[in-house]
Design a protein around this ligand. Structure first.
Ligand code: 5GP
Length: 127
């Protein structure tokens, strides 16, 4: 099934400035902002500005410049949030939901950066 990007999704509307957001950082190809319903003291979303639906869509079709810009921003956001363990923080989790089983709510690729409290196991055991 080909990727189909919905230009009316909420993050596309944020990127167009139609909906406000609490911006953490912005780069030429990416935006980081606070999640509206945080699950942890640190809960930041990092998105590319381009029309990508999922991590696989972004990773396979974005330009090298967009890819570097996005992943460097993700690291910068974690650093500036103070959660990088090598720098005295307590660690963090990066999650990207993609598609139905993952419960992806917004069909614009985004990385959740979560930290600031113990986050528990990634998932309950299968079975
Ligand atoms: P997903 O389930 O797609 O991985 O995560 C989507 C995330 O976007 C959720 O954590 C949700 O709280 C967040 N979100 C949904 N709508 C908005 C919004 O309008 N503004 C912001 N900042 N976050 C949103």
């Amino acid at each position: 099934m080909p990727y189909s990007y919905d230009p009316q999704n909420i993050f596309a509307r944020i990127l167009r400035g139609e909906i406000p957001n609490k911006t953490v950082a912005e780069t030429p190809h990416s935006l980081a902002f606070h999640d509206i319903r945080p699950h942890a003291p640190v809960h930041i979303l990092v998105i590319p500005k381009g029309p990508y639906v999922t991590l696989d869509h972004f990773s396979e079709t974005a330009s090298a410049e967009e890819l570097a810009d996005f992943w460097r921003l993700a690291a910068r956001v974690a650093r500036e949030a103070g959660v990088i363990e090598a720098e005295g923080g307590t660690g963090y989790r990066a999650i990207a939901n993609a598609g139905g089983h993952s419960h992806q709510e917004v069909p614009h690729f985004h990385l959740h950066i979560l930290g600031g409290r113990p986050l528990g196991a990634l998932l309950p055991p299968a079975g």
